[in-house]
Ligand binder design. Sequence first.
Ligand code: ATP
Ligand code: MG
Length: 427
Amino acid sequence: LTERSAEGEYPSAAIVSVGDELLLGHTVNTNGSWLAGRLSGLGLHVVHQITTRDHPSEIRDGVSRALDLAENVFVTGGLGPTPDDLTRDAVAELLGLPLETDSHLLERIRDRSRSLAVAKPPPGVERMALVPSGATVIANPHGAAPGLLVETGSKLLALLPGIPREMRDVFAPGMEAFLLKRLSGRLQPVLHRMVHTAGIPESRLAERIEEALGSDRGPVSLAYLPHAGGVRVRLSVRAWDTKKDADAWLDRAEARLAAVLGPYRYEARSGHLAEAVGEALRASGRMLAVAESCTGGLISKLITDQAGSSAYFLGGVVAYANSVKVGVLGVPESVLDEKGAVSEEVALAMARGVSDRFGSGAGIGVTGVAGPTGGTEDKPAGTVWYAAVLDGVARARRARFPGDREAVRTRAGWAAMLLLLQMLEET
Ligand code: ATP
Ligand code: MG
């Protein structure tokens, strides 16, 4: 496979997100990330993102800069009826195009008002029928502000509404079909593989992976993407001659990772560990019951987030107080007194207790100090004992998880699910 210096050869794209709320930090720019993902997926190279305020000259400058930087420019926001929606006018002025009323759009706006039993469209609404002369209109199935496509010289300028649902449904399928046609033959999607890991810190993971891959990795590049429960590793090939070659490089890298990641790797389409646990339970024909103290029901929540989980999940007990650990789960009082609630013995007794009482082949028990208060010298905040049991055979682990209360609870839940998954995979 010969590497190419890709930029230049593939169609480039820039995204301009318009809105004061984005710069004030009130709204997360989900449109920018969604569009970037879709465009990259189609095979455009997204080279810049610009965010501007709702101000005519700033929108003009942002769009003008984006047109200098990329061949295809996508603008979201500011197409609505309110006085702070200025994108349409700013773009028309920048390109020197007059705004013309699109009679179909106007009719549609008036129809909508009639169907909403409004005598006359509110002021400003009819402005949404104005389009820069020569623009292609892409219908908006949810609102009045359409998508607009303007070809200017060799460049394409696309305007999309700001409301995320409207933006998405204007982009696909309408705008996407236009792009595929215009750029046909020049598009080459980036190829990705996602490898999911849990239970191993990012730095140790990277050490193992870099050693396993060495320098002989062809066109494959890596990204480490940590999240609350684990780390995803994305393998990508950006520029390729034949898909077969690119796939072969990716297969090779994936196999090398699998060889060194062992029990820390799991497979799940959704990326969620609970999906992998569910599939393994389903395959083993066992039902699961969980006993949770510091995770407060989080594991039950994560397991039941999966559609169809009733096939392998019986239920759980949130055993926060010692009296519940004793009375409901049968944890011996003497063990609690001697070892303390956060101990190997209690985690094991919780896992065994819940699977005995529920009559399940698989069980989980988790007990720990979620913090930030409640820690002691030998059991500081973040200390968690977790256990899993399969047909009466139990295993427990201790961990000291970093982070705030939410992070400790999430990590504890994931660690316990991973332990169970590993035991299921061994049988
Ligand atoms: P409308 O036709 O509804 O007026 P518009 O094109 O004028 O749409 P805006 O007024 O800019 O869009 O934004 C409408 C809503 O969409 C706002 O509540 C805003 O928070 C949200 N929104 C706008 N831009 C983005 C973005 N980049 N990411 C996420 N949400 C956004
Ligand atoms: Mg606005």
